[in-house]
Design a protein around this ligand. Structure first.
Ligand code: HEM
Ligand code: HEM
Length: 411
């Protein structure tokens, strides 16, 4: 019986194994903490490779003759439809993934295996939710089609016994019959094996302590409104002690792995975006009594990356973060104020590169019960911290947008 060309067979099994790897890693991405960044890069790199291999495979399909169809009738039509669907999945999964990172609010550059920069697709920002929804959905669609496909292969092999499976094998060998489909299992397990240990920081529940004066920087002409907000935010802490006793202490929240802290800044008309892969947050807060908030976020500045090894090296240097002398940025805030139904503002102190300044952050909480999705942002004036104080920072805008999102679980 004629078989597919060796190159078609090679691509069939390679792509199958890579897809299994992608799904196994993809599902874990959201729950990753520190170390997640490199896995995102790997997921994106392997995904783009699948796109390229699929395009080659489609070219091969027209270039090399394929064995003739064995089945006609509805079974033949179903097999062709499933094959067509699988090709759409092989193209659609990477394209939606690419679209979702291209339209994300924080644009993290994609470097194919850390080397080749992949540009972002020119898509409108509101395409993001479609791309994100489509990406997750396509994985399930692909799994459903795969199950139909394998059911068909098993039917041919076990029931019809027409030897169809050998058309997708380089030789008639029982070992290959196990080894090639087994590659998918290897992909799946490899995806699980390389997941980093979840690094969740446990915040201890503690009653909200009143903010002390030293934690609030003295008002300067430029931050009077900030200082006012601090006072509003901490005022309820002066409430009588009885009230404190009647209300249970605010819960502490454990940040779930998978959160993201990103930054972006304009550089002569172009946006430089990146993220921090290592950070921890200790949060105590009752969402209904935001004044109870006690927040401490620590960011390992050496984990800053814009996806380019050279620029990352510059970020760590004296002109920017000077991580050798000041490895961490620390934000602390006691008390927050409600600015909308689910939105809050906390004014605290940001300490970085030897300087401490008042800093406000805004965030929204969604979800109920023991779990909350936290998303927020801050606009940071970089000059008071001496970040970007050299020759290469001439075109850099004075304010850097920082965004964060993570899931938190009440302890
Ligand atoms: C080629 C096949 C691919 C497959 C089978 C795949 C599969 C998946 C799966 C199953 C998830 C989890 C979705 C969820 O939890 O809802 C995921 C997440 C993700 N994928 Fe892919 N992916 C592929 C390619 C790509 C590519 C090429 C990129 C980017 C260039 C990408 C970027 C992402 C991102 C950023 C997430 C996290 C989404 C989020 O946080 O909501 N993927 N992927
Ligand atoms: C255990 C796993 C798998 C087995 C046993 C298997 C088996 C086969 C066999 C025997 C054929 C040839 C059908 C024929 O000659 O008419 C085939 C074709 C095909 N397979 Fe798979 N397959 C597997 C996994 C996958 C996966 C994961 C995908 C992609 C997501 C895939 C996509 C395809 C496509 C698109 C074709 C049609 C090739 C063409 O005619 O262009 N297969 N597969």
């Amino acid at each position: 019986m004629r078989r597919y060309s060796l190159i078609a067979i090679f691509l069939h099994w390679t792509i199958a194994a890579l897809l299994a790897f992608q799904i196994s890693v993809g599902w874990a991405l959201e729950d990753l903490g520190a170390g997640g960044f490199s896995l995102y890069q790997l997921h994106k790199s392997v995904g783009i490779s699948i796109l390229v291999l699929t395009l080659i495979r489609l070219a091969v399909r027209f270039w090399k003759p394929r064995p003739v169809r064995i089945e006609s009738g509805w079974q033949g039509a179903l097999a062709s439809a499933v094959h067509g669907g699988l090709y759409l999945f092989m193209l659609g999964a990477p394209l939606t993934g690419w679209a979702l990172v291209s339209t994300a609010r924080v644009k993290v550059p994609t470097l194919l295996f850390g080397i080749i920069p992949i540009p972002h697709l020119p898509l409108p920002a509101d395409a993001h939710q479609w791309a994100e929804g489509g990406h997750g959905l396509l994985a399930w669609l692909g799994i459903a089609l795969f199950l139909l496909h394998v059911a068909g292969a098993i039917r041919h092999h076990m029931m019809l016994r027409d030897g169809l499976i050998w058309r997708m094998m380089p030789a008639r060998s029982p070992m290959l019959l196990v080894a090639l489909p087994g590659l998918m299992l290897v992909g799946l397990l490899l995806g699980k094996a390389i997941l980093p240990e979840p690094v969740a920081e446990v915040a201890r529940p503690q009653p909200a302590a009143p903010a002390t004066q030293d934690e609030i920087a003295p008002p300067s002409p430029t931050n009077i409104s900030v200082a006012n907000a601090v006072e509003t935010a901490v005022a309820p802490d002066d409430a009588p002690a009885q009230a404190e006793e009647a209300i249970p202490p605010p819960p502490g929240w454990t940040v779930q792995p998978g959160g993201r802290v990103g930054f972006s800044v304009d550089n002569s008309g172009e946006t430089i975006s990146g993220g921090f892969s290592r950070w921890t947050a200790k949060i105590v807060m009752d969402p209904d009594r935001p004044d109870s908030a006690d927040i401490r976020v620590e960011i390992d500045l050496a984990s800053a990356t814009v996806g380019d090894a050279y620029q990352d090296g510059m970020l760590a240097g004296e002109e920017f973060f000077d991580t050798a002398a000041h490895p961490r940025a620390i934000f602390t805030a006691k008390g927050a104020e409600r600015t909308g139904r689910n939105s809050y503002r906390a004014v605290g102190t940001l300490s970085m590169k030897g300087a401490s300044r008042p800093q406000s952050i805004r965030f929204t909480l969604s979800g109920t019960g023991d779990s909350r999705k936290v998303a927020g942002s801050a606009s940071i004036a970089r000059l008071p911290f001496g970040v970007g104080n050299g020759e290469s920072s001439g075109g850099l805008a004075p304010r850097v947008a920082v965004t964060f999102q993570f899931n938190a679980r009440a302890q």
